[in-house]
Design a protein around this ligand. Structure first.
Ligand SMILES: Nc1nc2c(ncn2[C@@H]2O[C@H](COP(=O)(O)OP(=O)(O)OP(=O)(O)O)[C@@H](O)[C@H]2O)c(=O)[nH]1
Ligand SMILES: [Mg+2]
Length: 451
């Protein structure tokens, strides 16, 4: 029998109210042992009761207790929620009392894990719960809510059902000897169906790439020589004086980070130490860090100064960023130009001055264009967002390509059937209809305590 778990569901700190939640077969019994008020055991489900949590006649806190009996609860088990006064001491004392009565401390995400294992939600919905809690922008919130509501799962299940139908058709062909050598018409039909499936999977995959951006933001790295205005650019973008700006080359020694909400997508912007050959030990480490960040960044803003010629060092950096999402930011457009734009003709570039607000807005628009951010808002926001789902989806695309080739080469139907079953399984891993214990442990371990 499942243990009864208990956890603090609200953030631990000073606040008006804390919620302590229990789930499991003894949830009501355990609270009854320390609750002075109505006998909870005799109360109808989904009711709230006023009283005190007491231990050996000592009052611990004045509380409101909600009881919710299985199965219409978050976990599909009996759930009790105690609203006690906020603050660390009271909350911990109530928790401790419940642990002493036989409840077990919940692991992070254990309530949601139970909801999954008891079949109330699937994995995408569970990930939606976590994403919703972590949402920082309005767009984050909308995507997470769609996951939680099951819109994303619906899409995947729809595709899975189609695969199931095709498998059933093939099985009929195999079972009935008159269809032994699959007629051309059948094969054509199959080809069409697979093509359609592939299209749908590709669409989910493409949209999910957006989903990842919405959920995780874009790692943006500002790089360039010393003194070209990298820190000024960070400050202008986030409209805050976060990084120190001086006319001295080598001002920024370590990275400085800032966040920008660009149409609902968060840019995690990193300002780096100017790249140059230096003997200074601290600055040297900073320069190495800057170079390594070029690899990691999803968007590189390479700043050069308009009043200087492009150096051989800068040409090296240009080579490094060519195949990445990049913008060469020609800064200090207010000064006399010495830059040869010819060198930049194969790059995305823009001329700005960090002193000129309008030009910084144009840069922001350019970033939106590169990541197609305007389109994100118009779509229906039913994305998969976790790296786990996206890599499974990639695997599915690989399998369906193999199936397509198989049909092309007139592979026997039983081989196709096996491949289709593999595809069906793999998609099931995304929603958790098919699952491995270890992976489930990992996913839920990432959750917040008490959720
Ligand atoms: N004329 C002009 N000066 C600018 C502009 N943007 C920044 N500057 C100046 O350029 C100098 C260097 O700016 P920073 O932002 O510190 O440059 P950085 O690239 O971060 O330099 P390091 O941290 O040393 O690598 C400062 O004096 C800024 O005021 C601009 O658009 N026009
Ligand atoms: Mg700087």
């Amino acid at each position: 029998m499942a243990k009864t778990i208990v956890g603090i569901s609200t953030a631990l700190g000073v606040g008006a109210i804390s919620i302590i939640r229990l789930s499991g077969p003894d949830a009501i019994k355990i609270v009854d042992q320390v609750f002075v008020g109505n006998k909870l055991k005799n109360q109808p489900t989904h009711t709230i009761h006023y009283g005190f949590i007491c231990l050996d006649q000592e009052k611990i806190d004045e509380v409101l207790v909600s009881i919710m009996r299985a199965p219409k609860t978050y976990t599909k088990e009996d759930v009790v929620e105690i609203n006690c006064h906020g603050g660390i001491a009271t909350t911990n004392k109530v928790l401790e009392t419940l642990l002493n009565q036989g409840a077990t401390l919940a692991e992070p995400g254990e309530f949601t894990k139970r909801a999954f294992l008891n079949g109330r939600i699937d994995l995408i919905e569970a990930e939606g719960v976590m994403n919703l809690i972590r949402s920082e922008t309005e767009l984050n919130r909308q995507v997470a809510l769609n996951q939680l509501k099951g819109s994303v799962s619906e899409k995947i299940n729809e595709i899975r059902n189609k695969i199931k139908k095709i498998i059933a058709n093939i099985a009929v062909n195999i079972d009935y000897p008159e269809y032994d050598d699959v007629p051309i018409v059948e094969n054509q039909k199959l080809k069409k169906e697979i093509k359609q499936l592939k299209k749908e999977l590709e669409q989910v995959y493409e949209e999910s790439k957006h989903g990842k951006i919405v959920q995780e933001g874009i790692e943006t790295v500002i790089i360039g020589k010393p003194n070209v205005g990298k820190s000024s650019l960070l400050n202008a973008l986030i409209e805050e004086n976060k990084a120190i700006v001086t006319e001295i080359a080598g001002t920024t020694r370590d990275i400085v980070e800032g966040k920008l909400n660009l149409g609902g997508v968060l840019l995690n912007i990193i300002d780096t130490a100017g790249i140059r050959n230096t003997k200074n030990k601290i600055e040297k480490i900073g320069v190495e860090k800057s170079l390594s960040l070029i690899e990691k960044g999803e968007l590189i803003l390479f700043v050069v100064a308009q009043d200087q010629k492009i150096t051989s060092g800068e040409l090296e950096i240009l080579k490094k960023i060519k195949d990445k999402n990049h913008i060469v930011v020609i800064n200090k457009k207010d000064l006399v130009s010495k830059i040869e734009k010819e060198t930049l003709k194969e790059y995305n570039y823009i001329e700005i001055s960090t002193f000129d607000h309008e030009s910084v807005i144009v840069l922001k628009e350019k970033i939106k264009e590169i990541f197609n951010l305007a389109k994100i808002k118009q779509q229906d926001l039913t994305y998969l967002t976790s790296a786990r789902s996206i890599s499974l989806l990639k695997q599915c695309l690989k399998i369906i390509k193999e199936i397509e080739e198989g049909i092309q080469q007139n592979q026997p139907p039983d081989v196709l059937e096996l491949d289709l079953k593999r595809l069906w399984q793999e998609l099931g891993l995304i929603t958790g209809q098919v699952f491995e214990e270890e992976i489930i442990e990992q996913i839920f371990a990432d959750f917040c305590l008490g959720k």
